[in-house]
Design a protein around this ligand. Structure first.
Ligand code: AVJ
Ligand code: FE
Length: 446
């Protein structure tokens, strides 16, 4: 084969991979929306969330805007509905009152858009223009749909009624971490990325960041540990809360993680996708806000890691000095590395993924629960919005906090350890937990 022919072959392999990812993603969206009836699709299950039917048509609309119209240069299927599905025009709470596509229309719309997208994919060169280079725009739209799928999963968790989602139980703990924490030595590492083809704008550019030595917990904080915090009066000990956290704790009358209830003999129960069950002791705690995470950390004499600390622990390879894709290395995650992609409907117990640990022995950084960090969502130095300001830029320095690592509901297409998520410090409906860190002593720093 000539060089030109082999480049064409590579491009066709990439096209086939993109088509498969688009299809895999759409199956998830349809499973999340086919599992409830039309009344439940159009109802608002919580003022924090959109009706599921809005999310479905919105992912189709974003796909139409970027892939059909921008990349493909085709005429709109439905330019009349752009306004309805523009997340910045209508707050989530107001969306049920809009003249939205009904479930049958929304399904037909996303199907029609997808048909055009696949034509565009077939005839678009996947290089030459930054938007399409290495399939970026397709990767961006796949990740966008998967992010809404995780949001829809959170809507399912808020919904009342009989369970409609089913999945095998998460794997058991097979090799818990051998130590409670590890010392991450001080020094520089490469934060962010220039090399990941599907990395989003807020992960770029790569740059060198110095991180002082610190200790990081080898596992996220478990339900058992969190229940001890509650039993020790954690929600009433003002001294463990930040000022902002205490004000929120009072206002919102926080007393336990979202979805927890206590029965008369003191046992904690949780509601999970319509099933009420005892809180499992050794799973990472989930559905806590930043303020609860910070109060817990202070109660045990610790703190949350900064975003840079979290990323260094997850990516820096002291042997080569490189930052890797994942805590375990550069290989793509398998079901033995991390609890991702809604394969299970819970976080897995600590010790379920020894293969996914870092060489230093930090477990479950990726998957299970998003981890709150102590860092506000800001742009990396040199940040430039691409391809649109509304993905990241409008949220920078806007009071949002960074979460890292992905949850059991996060798709593997976002499992790279440079991926950044963000939300308001008070949010608890997302699948968020945390792990603790502490400063190294002076002696440990040298
Ligand atoms: C990255 C999860 C914070 O849901 O607000 C979806 C993702 N952006 N549509 C969000 C997003 C546009 C975003 N998060
Ligand atoms: Fe969106």
């Amino acid at each position: 084969m000539t060089t030109t022919e082999s480049a064409a072959t590579d491009e066709n392999i990439l096209r086939a991979a993109i088509a498969a990812e688009l299809d895999r993603t759409r199956r998830r969206s349809l499973a999340l929306t086919d599992s409830v009836d039309d009344a439940e699709l159009t109802r608002q299950h919580s003022p924090l969330m959109s009706p599921l039917v809005w999310d479905l048509a919105h992912v189709g609309n974003q796909e139409e805007l970027w892939l059909v119209r921008d990349v493909g240069g085709l005429v709109p299927l439905r330019s009349d509905i752009d306004e309805l599905y523009d997340a910045f025009r209508h707050a989530r709470a107001d969306r049920p009152a809009l003249p939205l596509l009904n479930p049958a229309e929304a399904r037909e719309y996303v199907r029609g858009v997808r048909e055009k997208t696949l034509d565009v994919l077939d005839r678009t060169p996947l290089r030459g223009r930054r938007l399409v280079d290495e399939g970026f725009a397709f990767g961006m739209i796949i990740q966008h749909e998967q992010q809404h799928d995780e949001t829809m999963l959170a809507t399912h968790q808020l919904r009342r009624g009989e369970p409609v989602l089913h999945a095998p139980a998460a794997p058991p703990s097979i090799a818990p971490p051998s130590a409670r924490e590890v010392l991450v030595p001080g020094g520089p590492f490469t934060m962010g990325t220039d090399a990941e083809p599907w990395a989003l704008d807020n992960e770029r550019p790569a740059r060198t960041v110095h991180v002082d030595a610190f200790h990081l917990d080898t596992a996220p904080v478990t339900n058992a540990a969190y229940a001890e915090f509650i039993a020790a009066g954690g929600y009433d000990r003002r001294e463990w809360w930040t000022e902002e956290g205490w004000a929120h704790r009072q206002r919102a009358e926080l007393r336990a993680p979202l979805f927890w209830t206590r029965d008369s003999d003191g046992t904690w129960w949780r509601r999970r996708f319509g099933v009420t069950e005892p809180v499992p002791a050794d799973e990472p705690v989930v559905h806590v806000c930043l303020h609860e995470a910070q109060a817990y950390a202070r109660s045990v004499g610790r703190r949350l890691p900064t975003e840079a600390e979290w990323e260094k622990a997850a990516r820096h390879d002291p042997a080569t000095g490189r930052s890797r894709r994942h805590p375990w290395g550069d290989a793509a995650p398998t079901e033995r590395h991390a609890n991702l992609g809604q394969r299970h409907l819970t976080p897995a117990p600590v010790g379920a993924y020894p293969l996914g640990a870092t060489p230093a022995g930090v477990h479950q950084l990726v998957g299970d629960v998003w981890e709150w960090t102590s860092s506000a969502f800001t742009g990396h130095p040199g940040f430039a919005a691409f391809p649109y300001r509304e993905y990241s830029e409008v949220f920078l320095d806007g009071g949002y906090q960074v979460l890292r690592g992905g949850s059991f509901g996060t798709d593997p297409s976002m499992a790279r350890a440079s991926f950044r998520n963000w939300d308001l410090p008070i949010r608890r409906q997302i699948f968020a937990g945390f792990r603790c860190a502490r400063d190294a002593t002076r002696a440990e720093r040298t």
